[in-house]
Ligand binder design. Structure first.
Ligand code: OAD
Length: 240
C-alpha cells in the first residue's frame, strides 16, 4: 500500500461494522438488526405514522442498550481519535452510525449523517434535544410543551441525510478517504468513494471483514476486523 507523505486532508466514513465489536449489532450481518424487523416499519416516515408505538419502542430499546455498561468504544474508535489528535493535517469523520461511541472515544466534530440515538426532535419546530431517557407519544416536548410532537432524530428511508453539503465539500478536497465497516448498500454513503476519487490524487482504502458491494471502487482493501486493522493502519499514517 502506498500512501503519499504529502496527504493533508483525511476523510473517514464509518458504518455499523466499527461498533460491532462494542456489542452493537450491525444491520445486515447474520443476526443483524433488520433480521427481526421489517425495516419499513421501524425506519420510515410511513412506518412511524402507522405504528408510532412500535417505532418509539425500537429506538428506546436501542438507546437503553447503547447506554448499558456492556457497550464502550473499542480499539477501532480509539485509534481514529488518536489519528485526529496526532495527524499533522485535518481528519474529518462522517458516520452512518447513530451511537455515540466515536464521541466517547474523544473524536471531535463528527458528522452524524443518519442522526443520533441520544437525540429527539420536535416535528413542529425542528428543534433537537439531547436525551438519555425513553420517550414516546405521551412525552411532553420541551419547546412546545405538548405531547405527540417528538420523534427520534434519526434519518429514515426516503429522508435526506444530514450535513450533505459539508460532506460533499470535504470529499471534494480530501487526499485520503477511508471507509470502515460499511456494506455499501445504502446511498448516498455508498457513492462517497466515487466523489473522493474525482480528485485524481485521492487514495481510497476500505477496511471491512468482508468484500462489499463497492470494494471494487477502492485502491486498497484491508480485510479484517476494524479493532485489529485500524491500529496498524493509523500507525502507518502517523509514521509517514
Ligand atoms: P451494514 O449492517 O449494512 O454493514 C455492516 C458492515 O460491517 C458489513 O459490510 C460487515 O462485513 C462489516 N463488519 C462487521 N463487523 C465488522 C468488524 N468487526 N470490522 C470491520 N467490518 C465489520 O451496516 P451499514 O453499512 O452501516 O441507516 O448500514 C448503513 C445504513 O443502513 C445504516 O446507517 C442504517 C441502515 O439502514 C439508517 O438507519 C438510516
Amino acid at each position: 500500500m502506498i500512501i503519499p507523505k504529502s496527504i493533508k486532508e483525511i476523510v473517514i466514513l464509518t458504518g455499523a461494522g466499527i461498533s460491532a465489536e462494542s456489542g452493537i449489532r450491525t444491520f445486515r450481518d447474520q443476526n443483524g438488526l433488520w433480521e427481526n424487523h421489517d425495516i419499513m416499519e421501524v425506519a420510515s416516515p410511513g412506518g412511524f405514522e402507522r405504528n408510532p408505538e412500535v417505532v418509539y419502542e425500537f429506538y428506546n430499546l436501542r438507546r437503553k442498550q447503547l447506554l448499558s455498561v456492556e457497550v464502550s468504544p473499542n480499539l477501532g474508535h480509539i485509534s481514529l481519535s488518536r489519528l485526529q489528535d496526532l495527524f499533522k493535517g485535518r481528519v474529518s469523520l462522517v458516520t452512518q452510525n447513530v451511537d455515540d461511541l466515536h464521541e466517547r472515544s474523544g473524536f471531535k466534530n463528527i458528522l452524524h449523517m443518519h442522526g443520533e440515538l441520544l437525540q429527539m426532535r420536535c416535528v413542529k419546530s425542528g428543534k433537537v434535544f439531547s436525551t438519555k431517557e425513553p420517550f414516546d407519544e405521551r412525552t411532553n416536548c420541551p419547546c412546545c410543551l405538548q405531547a405527540g410532537n417528538l420523534r427520534p432524530n434519526i434519518v429514515w428511508f426516503g429522508e435526506r441525510p444530514f450535513h450533505m453539503k459539508e460532506i460533499e465539500d470535504l470529499l471534494s478536497s480530501c487526499d485520503l478517504f477511508i471507509s470502515i465497516g460499511t456494506s455499501g448498500e445504502v446511498y448516498p454513503a455508498a457513492m462517497f468513494v466515487n466523489l473522493a476519487k474525482e480528485n485524481s490524487h485521492c487514495v481510497t482504502i476500505e477496511v471491512n471483514k468482508e468484500v462489499t458491494q463497492v470494494s471494487h471502487n477502492f485502491d486498497y482493501l484491508i480485510s479484517g476486523k476494524a479493532s485489529e486493522e485500524l491500529p496498524k493502519l493509523i500507525d502507518k499514517i502517523l509514521n509517514l
